[in-house]
Design a protein around this ligand. Structure first.
Ligand SMILES: [Fe+2]
Length: 330
């Protein structure tokens, strides 16, 4: 008798979107470190050279197939394969073969596939595109701090058994905020799409130690993998969120929560309470995410949020042949 495998939840057949996705925190990879990271249903080997630059390549040596994340070493700015000590630079070019000073030109030009990699606000991002198209947009940065500098107050991460599309759909699902999170009052949502960017501005009742109050939540998602949300009321919290597909059924969610430097003890208490409340909300969503199925045609009624508009925009990240979204300036 076969073992019960569980239902087909409908996520394995969804594509993995293209875009910039977080694969590590910058301070997790020091100079000379090598990491094998599992995202997009594959592996990526990253290393940080002595120059401080981070590099990302496919895992297997083009020479005889050794895994470049196993027993390899960083030498200067290059990665040295353990098997025959060939060295590769971040451009995937062979820079040294210890037993052959005449490196064949095609190996010098590059023979190891690379991934575009960038760091922003302490996060390492890789550009994923199944057809290896070049990056189509730039990473977003933190907003200007109204007073002084942002301080990273808290950092969180979760591994969730669901497709990445569903994590960010949550923000357009206005009615679950009441049912799941106990947020009082209907959130007034303002939802706009502009090219690769989605913006949700929601006015909502928030729980604070001084009782409920009306606050503004302004979320700007740049592509499928990155969003920056400002929570503005008595305190000012910025949530920098990264949603990274491990594969079509598993997602790595990261948060860095920022507040302005030098705030009063009173504001700090409210800030801490806000951060706790945000984390509580994710922890309430996770059991639903880990067990739900994908409804291709959900039975939406009046009052539900703009999930279908969200999905129409998100579908653009599955268009792997080169097309620009509507409304994009040439
Ligand atoms: Fe939620």
């Amino acid at each position: 008798m076969s073992k019960f495998q569980g239902p087909d939840r409908g996520y394995a057949s969804l594509p993995i979107p293209f875009g910039w996705f977080a694969v590590a925190m910058s301070d997790e990879i020091a100079r000379g470190d090598i990491r094998t990271l599992k995202y997009f249903g594959t592996e990526i080997v990253v290393w940080r050279g002595e120059d401080g630059a981070i590099n990302a390549v496919d895992p297997y040596c083009p020479h005889l197939g050794a895994h470049l994340g196993v027993n390899s070493s960083v030498q200067g700015n290059d990665l040295r394969c353990a098997y025959h000590h060939w060295k590769f630079n971040g451009g995937g070019q062979v820079t040294d073969i210890p037993y052959n000073k005449d490196i064949p030109p095609q190996l010098k030009r590059g023979c190891l596939p690379t991934w575009p990699v960038e760091e922003k606000d302490g996060v390492v991002y890789v550009w994923n595109h199944p057809k290896k198209a070049a990056p189509k947009w730039e990473l977003a940065g933190l907003p200007d701090c109204p007073d002084g500098d942002w301080v990273e107050g808290e950092r969180h991460e979760w591994l969730i058994d669901i497709h990445a599309q569903e994590i960010t759909e949550n923000g357009q699902d206005y009615k679950h905020f009441n049912a799941v999170h106990g947020v009082q009052g209907p959130p007034e949502g303002d939802f706009t799409l502009d090219g690769w960017v989605r913006r949700n501005t929601v006015t909502a009742e928030m729980v604070t130690p001084r009782g409920p109050m009306t606050g503004i939540i302004d979320a700007i998602a740049t592509g499928p993998g990155q969003s920056i949300t400002e929570f503005i009321d008595v305190c000012h919290v910025v949530m920098s969120q990264q949603v990274s597909p491990i594969d079509a059924e598993h997602t790595h969610l990261r948060w860095q929560l920022y507040h302005p430097a030098g705030i009063s003890d009173g504001k700090m208490r409210v800030t801490r309470a806000r951060m706790r409340d945000l984390v509580r909300q994710v922890n309430q969503d996770i059991p639903i995410w880990n067990n739900k199925i994908y409804r291709t045609e959900p039975l939406l009624v009046k009052g539900d949020g703009p999930m279908l508009a969200y999905r129409r925009q998100y579908a653009r990240f599955y268009q792997f042949d080169d097309v620009e979204p509507e409304g994009m300036a040439a």
